[in-house]
Structures are given as C-alpha cells and as structure tokens.
Write a protein that binds this ligand. Structure first.
Ligand SMILES: [Zn+2]
Length: 454
C-alpha cells in the first residue's frame, strides 16, 4: 500500500497531463464525421498502453470504430484479467451550457471538468495508470489484457461480433470494468446487478376507418378504450405483473444481500420531492431500492391514437398504439418474456378488436454473485484503500454488453466504478473528482493482488 501511494504521489501531475491529452480528442461516436478522431483516440490509448508496459498493442478494425487490444502475459499459470473500457464519448450539445469548453479539460475545485472526464476516459485511464504502476514497481501478479472500444455510447453494435471472432485472444478469468459509479466518496460501492430490457409495440385495430362517435359510439368497440383496459390489467393491485409465467425465472435475492442492499442510503422524502410526487408505488413487500434494483417492471412508454390535435374532434378511432417496456432481472430471458407477453396480450383481445404485438430490441440482465472470488477480491481491495466494506448495489439500468460478455465469452465482469452521480456524465459540465481518479488508481492494483491470491 505504501508503495502504491508513493508511486501515485510521485507521478500525479504526469497522470493528469496524459489523461488530458486523451480528453482533448473529441471522439464522439454518434457523429459520423468524427471518424478521424476515433482513430486518433484509439492510437493515443495504444501508445499509452505501450508506454505503460504492455508487450503487444493493436488498433483492430471492426465494421465500425476500432477496438484497441493490448496484453502483457507474464505467466500462463497465473490468472488473466481482461480490462474493458471505451474511448468514445457522448455528444456535447447544448454547448452554451458548458462553463468551459468540453474538450479543453481543466481542474477546478478539485475536479476535472470535460466531456469524458468520468465516462469513460477518466475511468479507463485509471486502469492504464494502475497497470503502469504494477509494471514499474514490479508487482504485477496477473496476466492482463485490454479491450477498449469506441462505440459504447451508441450501443456497442460491433463488439459482440468482435468477441465472437476473437474468443481465444480474449480468454480471461475475469473482466474488469470501470464505467459505473459509487454511492459517495466515503461510501464505496460495487455494482453487482444490471437489469435487462424487453421492448414491444402494440397495435389495436377496431373498425376499418375512423368513425363518427355520435353515429357509431356505443355500438362499436373503441380501440383506445380497449387498449387502456387491457393495459390496466397487466399489473395487479399488489404491483405484480400478471403475464402468466413472467416471474418463473426470477432469482430471489438472498436475505444476506437484501440486508446489504438496505444499507444503501436512501431518503424517501427527498426522492419524492425531487420528482414532485406525493406517494411512491410499486410491488408490495419490497423497498424502493429493491423495486428499482432487484425486481422486474412493466411500463407503458408511449400511447397514442385518434385525434390529438388542437380543440376537439369527435371520433371513434380505427386504431390505437402503445410502446411498452419491461425492465427484467438477471436470469429472465428477454426473448422468452417477449413471447409470453405477445401470446398473453393478443389472447386478451376482446372480439371487437384485433391486437398485434411487435417485438423490438431487448437485452439480458446481469448479476455478479457476491460470493464470486473476484467479487471477494474487489471487496478486499476497497476495504484496504477506503477503509470500508463496499456496498453491493443493484443498478436499475442496463449495460447490455456486460451480459453479452457472459454469453459470448463465458466470463463474469466486476464493475468497479469510481464515478459519482454528481459527475453529470452525458450532460453539460461533466466532471470527475481528482480524489476518485487517484483512489481508483490506488484500488485497482489491490484488486489484482487479491485476485491473484484467490
Ligand atoms: Zn460509459
């Protein structure tokens, strides 16, 4: 630990300068004309990794932006860690809301201000520097591989194929990712779960054309009324989703993990106030943190039909539509759930209307069991660097590529995120506290140390 802190202290300024060099490249994946910047950022990372001590580094082509792959194999009998990160960033608009230009990083109030300061250039650079530290102090206890992509912010459309094509090259015992957050600087946490997603569109058709609601109203089923009625039956009074078989594959979370989860600080009054609601609602028997973390959901994301213009127009519409999504929990298969929903919803249709469910995209959830050796190693690393046991947190969101890693490569991921919610990733004035940046560089080598001992 002494050695780690000394090395960081001695090289603090240089670490920051090197990170700033990466941040200055506007590698926005959503913009097609930024292609040269994507290559520039990839080459920058390749060079940083070579300088840090990898024995091999390559900028590898995909059908989209390139992937940087690098490795240092010290001993085939030692475990291998595969570090994943991304060098692409979100667009920066609206520009006028930035206090300083997004690609001119600067330090103010102990924070780095810039697009990518946290997500994910700052966080991925912690891994490059932690690796350098282990190489230079001759303490690297594992083999290391790096896979840094340039399309995370547009949904990683080519990374699954890249993994399929390079399975032997990517062989590893664990994937290490810093692209999430922690609760607070004095409350370290590790994300252990991500929810999956299923998304559908529903079309309800009644009469063959819009009808006069006076001449026909009362005699013909109204598709919007019918759709509303069907949707209202999808969740019961206890907040349980009524699709038959929906909960069959849901893994119940252990009592021990629910107890740890209950330690996540949560202020219900502030939460309600922030979104201006008087009462929260959800599944009976679960806390708000559990409802968003370990339980599946059913939500209508949009609904339309009939006349929605200005003023009034009496009409009995021919069609009604809705977009519906379910957040799923680990072990629920989004394709299976989509079929269960389609069969159930179409069979519910009253005779007066036709109902068609179209299945959109989906993604699997992910869970990292807290008794996994790699999780235990991460936990020990945080205890040593923060002086506190990290809280395992189930995130309500989804990072589909993490479950793809498990499905394609058969490797679990550890999400050691060091960002804070206040970092405003994806928004104007993104930032990353220096404390978190250096704490990450300090914690990562400890993970390697304990993981090698497992
Ligand atoms: Zn990210």
């Amino acid at each position: 630990m002494e050695q780690i802190r000394n090395y960081i202290d001695k090289n603090k300024g240089r670490f920051l300068d090197e990170l700033f060099g990466l941040i200055r490249i506007p590698s926005i994946s959503a913009k097609k004309d930024h292609k040269p910047e994507m290559y520039k950022a990839a080459e920058y990372i390749k060079k940083s990794l070579l300088d840090a001590g990898v024995t091999k580094a390559e900028v590898m082509e995909t059908d989209g932006n390139p992937v940087v792959y690098a490795e240092k194999i010290i001993d085939n009998s030692k475990p291998t860690v595969l570090v994943y990160g991304h060098y692409d960033v979100m667009p920066v608009e609206p520009l006028e809301l930035w206090k300083t230009p997004p690609f001119e990083p600067e330090v103010r109030d102990g924070k780095i201000w810039a697009r990518g300061a946290d997500d994910d250039k700052g966080q991925l650079f912690m891994h490059v520097k932690a690796f350098e530290l282990m190489v230079k102090t001759q303490t690297l206890p594992c083999n290391v591989k790096f896979m840094i992509e340039g399309e995370e912010e547009i949904g990683s459309p080519n990374l699954g194929k890249f993994c399929e094509q390079h399975k032997p090259m990517l062989k590893a015992d664990i994937i290490l990712v810093s692209d999430t957050g922690m609760i607070a600087q004095d409350i370290p946490s590790i994300t252990t779960g991500l929810r999956g997603l299923a998304y559908w569109e529903v079309e309800v058709t009644g009469p063959n054309r819009d009808l006069h609601s006076g001449l026909f109203g009362g005699a013909v089923a109204n598709p919007i009324n019918m759709l509303a009625k069907m949707i209202s039956q999808m969740v019961d009074d206890n907040g349980r989703i009524t699709i038959p078989g929906f909960y069959d594959d849901v893994l119940e979370v252990s009592k021990q993990e629910r107890e740890l989860l209950a330690k996540v600080p949560f202020n219900e009054d502030a939460y309600k106030k922030a979104i201006d609601v008087i009462e929260l609602s959800g599944e009976k028997g679960y806390s708000t943190t559990e409802r968003t973390g370990i339980r599946p959901t059913f939500d209508v994301c949009g609904i339309w039909g009939g006349y929605t213009g200005e003023g009034s127009k009496t009409v009995l519409p021919s069609k009604a539509f809705a977009k519906i999504s379910c957040r799923l929990v680990p072990n629920q298969n989004h394709e299976k759930i989509a079929i269960l929903f389609k069969e159930h919803f179409e069979s519910m249709a009253p005779k007066g209307v036709k109902v068609e469910v179209k299945i959109h995209h989906g993604g699997q959830g992910y869970v990292c069991p807290i008794d996994l050796p790699a999780y235990k190693a991460a936990e020990k690393a945080y205890i040593e660097s923060f002086g506190k046991r990290p809280i395992p947190v189930r995130s309500g969101g989804s990072i589909p590529i993490i479950s793809s890693f498990e499905n394609i490569l058969g490797i679990k991921s550890i999400l050691m995120g060091f960002g804070l919610e206040s970092d405003a990733i994806h928004s104007p004035n993104e930032k990353f506290p220096l404390f978190n940046f250096y704490k990450g560089i300090e914690t990562i080598p400890l993970f390697y140390k304990y993981f090698a001992e497992m």
